[in-house]
Each structure stands twice: as structure tokens, then as C-alpha cells.
Ligand binder design. Structure first.
Ligand code: IPM
Ligand code: SF4
Length: 760
């Protein structure tokens, strides 16, 4: 077991220590989860798992549900119900499933008729549901956003969602500490989005893997909460499951009087605790990165990974100048997908669409910053004739707030489409999508292939740069709009009212409703579900068979299973969707020569990836499910996206990290038709060509679970006594965390159903 930190501690160490329910022999810990956000894409199978096992939601008072990914962003003026409003049947089924689940399990829910509805990562902070010092999870990778409040917030897969719903805890191994310090003055036109894009460009999409990032230094101290959220949001794009900023006056000011934040004496107590939440002076970080603010330009992405960044004044990179063959091949592939020629000046790239929205940049400040650029361009500024530009506020309340400040008038007058809240074109699970070949300047966080629509091309930018691109029709240096003349335009133009968010946060805070047993009416009932993960985790002892090689770095989960396959209510039937864009020709639907389409690899049981960071990006457990459905039980790679890794193990699969040299060697063998035998019992990879076996080690607890087909929930339920003891202490030390909206809303804790004793 790793020695607990006894000397000076980091912020992460402190929050971790305050949440440990129990530590196992090998250092794995059961940690308590204070806040759980739920949305329609990653929760239906989890609730179904609870239902099948006859379990309840342990802490409805710590759980908040909404709809965000699948919903149309058209006007809700005539909104009556999800059934009539969400036209696409699979999206509708997921939304209806949430509506049934919140009733059946008695959860607080902000539905489409509620102005508090919005993207999970916007509404949590907005309501004061997110607080400093807490642990916060959601079946969504951008849960890292909430770390801006000095909380430990991270994305989880659907099996873990079920685990949290049932037990309010998670089994976790503590990560390492990384600190990124940005000091100095930012140059004009540079904001939080440029800062985080620059950081990802510097450390790479795997730079933070295995670490929790703390953002420190004068730049983050001077940032507003909105700006801190944009930075922490994209920690996952830097490979880190969580990012955080120590809470300070800015944090407290933002939270004071929010509906779900503590009030009165409880606030004073909470604030006193929150003030202790900072890294000690001599705390040890495993990695330190120091950046000078002056070195950060207005930044955009040119390629298909968030690390493909360049200054707005720069040019598209030239693969011919690259020595590393893997890097050269990846760049050539990205440029072909993006339809870009090497050395093209970035400011010459013409866009077709502009999207201002997403959990990165859809808050009031983001909208203000875009509006300011439009005002600076003068009263006659209009969206360029070649561009369709849309603005999608992050929540119904952000929308109302912006309208009260007159921002919608500025946008509409300039020709922007002003929409209702949701994830929208960030990933295009709803009708807001790019057509094949269309190019978009987007304030979202992912520029993966097909992310905003099959064949669509995404350039990630700040809201100010997006507004500038909308007006010129090209990627544009926003500094052009910040001259003295532009300043005069702003002061002479429409007078903006600055309004406090609190004016809109007036809805009463009610305790969660009583659970209501339901007769199912949605797709959830018409499509019978397979048993939950309950006790159905397959054992992994020895897997032997055809091994397919894959020579790609940073294979993201959008690539493993694209968005259109996330609308299922099941955990199975996804093999056709695996690597869909690579396996099927978009025009003819015919199979391509992709490795998994070719015999014998179409029967592969093992996948060997020669390059690092397999499964980065989104938390969709569908990535693991689709590989499993295809028949692949073991993936060998130099490194993995953390959420993917844990999702795979939750499904009885083995994600095996070997050295880059071993992976390259095994991939070359697989190319030559060599079959592998992965023996978890003996911790060996053997090959049938006589080369020596490769030894490996797997975390003892995980190995034990895989060998015996044990599921985490059953194991955790044996820890009921320890969980209750933790909850008693939590109520005594952090009383503001009990009860939805904390005050007078205490509800009895639902006792968890005990299961039969299973061995750890
Ligand atoms: C649908 C969800 C699993 C996913 C995520 O985890 O990130 C989505 O929000 C995304 O941005 O791709
Ligand atoms: S990244 Fe996009 S799709 Fe994912 S939660 Fe944020 S807005 Fe929604």
C-alpha cells in the first residue's frame, strides 16, 4: 500500500484523505462520493442494473439529473413533453428513460420544462450543487470542470454510475500530483480557452495521464470562476481525469447565496473548512510544469486531436519536416481529414459554421466575450454570408441571464441563431451537426474525426475568436477587433446591463420527491434489458487467439464507437458500431480494408496497439462494450485513457499496459499472423512463434476480480458498516453536504440491500 502522505500535502491529497471510507491491503481505496450528476446517455443501463438487482439509490439528496446530450435546441415555446418534443426515436427513448428513472428512484430532476435544465457541467456549479472540497462524479468525462471549485471531480463509466447510485462510493486508486503554474500577464486577446489549448499543446493529450492537475499561479488566481471552469473542463483532453484550482475569495463570492450552497451558520462553517483547502507550501508534486503567460498566443487547433494547436498567426504544419515517422503519418492523416494543405496560413482557413456553446464555453462570461467582439466590429457587423453561426447557452438560466443583459439582441442582430440549452453541436447527438466536409470554428473541447458530424472538420477556439471567425468567415486573430477604434464602438454601441446571476436563481429548493413504483411506458420497457453488471461479469483467466495489430496513437473513444451508437438502452449489440468510421465506407456502406475487417483479424480476441493513449477522451462505456461484443477481450497498448481502462475492467476485459518497445514488437508479430496467449493467472503474454514470454503485473485487487468474475457493487455492499460510519462522520464534520439544498431538507438515508458475502 502506498504510504499515506504524512508531511506537507497537496490540495488533492487533502480532499482524497477526507473521503477515504476504507483502504484495502494493496492501496486501493473505497472513497465516498458527495455529488452525483446524471444525464440521459450514460445512466439508463445503470438504473436498469439497480432495478434488476432490486437496489435503491442510496443518496437521492446528493444526486441531480437532467437532459442535455440528445435534446433538440429549437424553441420550447410549445413544449409539452419529451414524447412530443424529441423527434428522433432513440434519443426520445433515452430521455424518457431518465424521466421514468427519476420518478421511480425519487431523484431531483431539471427537465426540459424547467429553466434550470442545461448541460450537467453548467447547472451543477450554477446551482451551488458543486462545492469546494467535495468529490463529484458524473458519467461524463468533462466532470473535471467542477474541479474549478477546489473539488475532486472526475468522469466515470456507466458501471461506475450504477456503483455510485447503489453505494455512494467508488473503488479508486489514488493518482499522482501534477502542478501547472502559469504566471505573468496574458497578452491582449488571450483568455482561458487559449491558456488551456496552449497547455494541451505543450504536454500532449497523454501528458496528464495518471495525474490530478492542480492549476496554480497568478493567471488562474486572477481568473473568474467561469474561466477556471473552462480550464478544468479540458483537463481530460490533457489526459488527466481531474483538474483543480484551490478555492479562494473568487470561489466563495461566486457560491454565496446560490440555491444549493450552505447558508447562515452552515456557510460560515463551510467557508472556514474551504479556506484550509490549498496545497501546503512544501507539498510534493510528481510533475511540475511552469509556463510564462506572455508566451501564450490566441490559439486554435488545426488537426484532429486537441494537442494539434497553433497560434492564430501561424501556419498549418508540414509533415515533410517531421523526423518521427509515427508523427509524420498522424499529421498526414489529420491534414487529409481536415482538408488542409501544409503551410497554409491559419487566417486563410475559411469556415462554414461557427458554434458557440458546450460545457467549455457556454456560460454568461463566454457569451459576453463573444458579444463584445461583435460590438467592437461596429453597429453594422454581420455574420459573413458564407457562415451559419449558432449560440447555444449552457443552461436555461444562462439564456435568461444573457437575454436580460441584451446579449441575444446583439447576437440576433448580427445574424447568429440563438438557441435553447443543451450539448448541441459539441457532439451532434441531436440534429445540430456538421455536414460531411463542413468546417467549423467551435468553442467546444474535442476536434476528433466526425465529432460534430460524420466528415465534419472542427477548429477549437475561444468564444471571442469564434465570434471573430463568424464575422470574417475565416479563422481570425481576435486582436483585430481590440483596437482603440473598436473600443469606441463598444462604448458607443448598445449599452449592456451587467446583471447578477442571483437574480435568476430564484426557484425554490425542494427535497427530492418520494420514489414511485412505475409501470413502464417508454422504450425502456419495450426493449427488455439484459441483466445488469450485477453478477454477470465474465471471468478473465487465459485468453488465447487471433491478435490484431493497430498502429495508431491517441485512439479516442469517439473513434472506437461514434456518437450515433450511444443512444442505446442496452449494453450489448454494439459490435457493428466498433470503429465504425474506419470499418465502413461513408458513401457506400461497404466494408473497408481496415484491419478488423480482414480475415483472420475479423475474428480477433486480442488487439495490440503499437502507439500510446488508447481509449482517451469520452467516458462512454460503449467503447468497452463494442470491443467486447466484437470478441476482443484483451487490449495491449503502451498506455490507456484512464476512464476507458476502468470501464474495460468493469466488463471483465483486460487492458494491459506494456512498454512501447514490447507493444511495437507484439504488433509486428501480430502483423505476421502470430497468435498471443494472455495468461492473467501467471501474468504472462506468450506467443506461438517461440519468442520469450513477456511478464506483466496487474493491480492485485483488479486481477482477483477479473480472475473470479467479481463485480464491484457486490463487493462494496459488504462494506456497509464502514460506509455508515463514514456518513456519520460526514454529517458531524461537513453537515452542509447532507440534504438537498442542505437546509431543513434532511431526508432519511435509504438502507442499502446487503448481498451475500463475497471475497475481496
Ligand atoms: C456522452 C458522454 C459519455 C461523453 C463524455 O463522457 O464525454 C460526452 O459528453 C462527450 O463529450 O463525448
Ligand atoms: S463535451 Fe460536449 S457533449 Fe460532452 S458534456 Fe460537454 S457539451 Fe456535452
Amino acid at each position: 500500500m502506498p504510504a499515506p502522505v504524512t508531511g506537507p500535502r497537496t490540495l488533492y491529497d487533502k480532499i482524497w484523505d477526507d473521503h477515504v471510507v476504507e483502504v484495502m491491503e494493496d492501496g486501493l481505496a473505497l472513497i465516498y462520493i458527495d455529488r452525483h450528476l446524471v444525464h440521459e446517455v450514460t445512466s439508463p443501463q445503470a438504473f436498469e442494473g439497480l432495478r434488476t438487482a432490486g437496489r435503491k439509490v442510496r443518496r437521492p439528496d446528493c444526486t441531480l439529473a437532467t437532459l442535455d446530450h440528445n435534446i433538440p435546441t429549437i424553441s420550447r415555446k410549445n413544449y409539452k413533453s419529451v414524447d412530443t418534443f424529441v423527434a428522433e426515436p432513440d434519443s426520445r427513448a433515452q430521455c424518457s428513460a431518465v424521466e421514468e428513472n427519476v420518478k421511480e428512484f425519487g431523484l431531483t430532476y431539471f427537465g426540459l420544462a424547467d429553466r434550470r435544465q442545461g448541460i450537467v457541467h453548467v447547472i451543477g456549479p450554477e446551482q451551488g450543487f458543486t462545492l469546494p472540497g467535495i468529490t463529484c462524479v458524473c458519467g461524463d468525462s468533462h466532470t473535471s470542470t467542477h474541479g474549478a471549485f477546489g473539488s475532486l471531480a472526475f468522469g466515470i463509466g456507466t458501471s461506475e454510475v450504477e456503483h455510485v447510485l447503489a453505494t455512494q462510493t467508488l473503488l479508486q486508486r489514488k493518482g499522482k500530483n501534477m502542478r501547472i503554474t502559469v504566471d505573468g500577464e496574458l497578452v491582449e486577446g488571450v483568455n482561458s480557452k487559449d491558456v488551456i489549448l496552449h497547455i494541451i499543446g505543450l504536454i500532449g493529450t497523454a501528458g496528464g495521464t495518471g495525474h490530478v492537475i492542480e492549476y496554480a499561479g497568478s493567471v488562474f488566481r486572477n481568473f473568474s470562476m467561469e474561466a477556471r471552469m473552462s480550464v478544468c473542463n479540458m483537463s481530460i483532453e490533457a489526459g488527466a481525469r481531474a483538474g483543480m484550482v484551490a478555492p479562494d475569495e473568487v470561489t466563495f463570492e461566486y457560491l454565496r447565496n446560490r440555491p444549493l450552497a450552505p447558508k447562515g451558520e452552515a456557510w460560515d462553517r463551510a467557508e472556514a473548512y474551504w479556506r484550509t483547502l490549498k496545497s501546503d507550501d512544501d507539498a510534493k508534486f510528481d510533475i511540475e510544469v511552469k509556463i510564462s503567460a506572455a508566451d501564450i498566443p490566441p490559439t486554435v487547433t488545426w488537426g484532429t486531436s486537441p494537442q494539434d494547436v497553433v497560434s492564430i498567426t501561424g501556419s498549418v504544419p508540414d509533415p515533410a519536416t517531421m523526423i518521427d515517422p509515427a508523427k509524420r503519418a498522424a499529421t498526414e492523416r489529420s491534414l487529409a481529414y481536415m482538408g488542409l494543405q501544409p503551410n497554409t496560413r491559419i487566417e486563410e482557413i475559411v469556415v462554414d459554421k461557427v458554434f458557440i456553446g458546450s460545457c467549455t464555453n457556454s456560460r454568461i462570461e463566454d457569451l459576453r466575450s463573444a458579444a463584445r467582439v461583435i460590438l467592437a466590429a461596429g453597429p453594422d457587423a454581420r455574420v459573413a454570408s458564407n457562415v451559419y453561426a449558432m449560440i447555444v447557452p449552457g443552461s436555461g438560466l444562462v439564456k435568461q441571464h444573457a437575454e436580460a443583459e441584451g446579449l441575444d439582441t446583439i447576437f440576433r442582430r448580427a445574424g447568429f441563431d440563438w438557441r435553447e440549452a443543451g450539448c448541441s453541436m459539441c457532439l451532434g447527438m441531436n440534429p445540430d451537426q456538421l455536414a460531411p466536409g463542413e468546417r467549423c470554428a467551435s468553442t467546444s473541447n474535442r476536434n476528433f474525426e466526425g465529432r460534430q458530424g460524420a466528415g465534419g472538420r472542427t477548429h477549437l477556439v475561444s468564444p471571442a475568436m469564434a465570434a471573430a471567425a463568424a464575422m470574417t468567415g475565416k479563422l481570425t486573430d481576435v486582436r483585430k477587433y481590440l483596437s482603440a477604434g473598436a473600443e469606441a464602438n463598444i462604448t458607443q454601441g448598445t449599452k449592456l446591463k451587467s446583471t447578477s446571476a442571483l437574480e435568476f436563481l430564484t426557484d425554490p429548493v425542494l427535497p427530492p420527491p418520494q420514489p414511485q413504483p412505475l409501470t413502464h411506458t417508454s422504450g425502456a420497457s419495450s426493449t427488455p434489458l439484459p441483466p445488469s453488471s450485477g453478477s454477470s461479469v465474465p471471468k478473465f483467466v487465459v485468453v488465447k487467439g487471433i491478435t490484431a495489430p493497430l498502429h495508431m496513437a491517441n485512439v479516442d473513444t469517439d473513434m472506437i464507437i461514434p456518437k450515433q451508437f450511444l443512444k442505446t438502452l442496452k449494453r450489448t449489440g454494439l459490435s457493428n458500431g466498433l470503429f465504425y468510421a474506419l470499418r465502413f465506407d461513408p458513401k457506400t456502406g461497404e466494408k473497408t480494408p481496415f484491419i478488423l475487417n480482414r480475415a483472420p483479424y475479423d475474428q480477433a480476441k486480442i488487439l495490440v496497439v503499437s502507439e500510446p493513449n488508447f481509449g482517451c477522451g469520452s467516458s462512454r462505456e460503449h467503447a468497452a462494450w463494442s470491443l467486447n461484443d466484437f470478441g476482443i477481450r484483451c487490449i495491449i497498448a503502451p498506455s490507456f485513457g484512464e476512464i476507458f481502462r476502468s470501464n474495460a475492467m468493469q466488463n471483465g476485459m483486460l487492458p494491459l499496459a506494456l512498454s512501447p518497445e514490447e507493444c511495437k514488437d507484439l504488433a509486428a508479430d501480430a502483423e505476421a499472423g502470430v497468435q498471443l496467449e494472455v495468461d492473467l493467472e501467471k501474468q504472462q503474454v506468450r506467443r506461438d512463434n517461440g519468442k520469450p514470454a513477456i511478464a506483466f503485473t496487474v493491480d492485485p485487487f483488479r486481477r482477483h476480480c477479473l480472475l473470479n468474475g467479481l463485480d464491484d457493487i457486490a463487493l462494496t455492499l459488504q462494506k456497509e458498516d464502514a460506509i455508515v460510519v463514514f456518513e456519520q462522520r460526514r454529517t458531524a464534520v461537513w453537515p452542509w453536504l447532507d440534504g438537498f439544498g442542505y437546509e431543513g431538507n434532511r431526508i432519511p438515508i435509504v438502507p442499502t440491500k446487503m448481498s451475500k458475502k463475497t471475497e475481496w
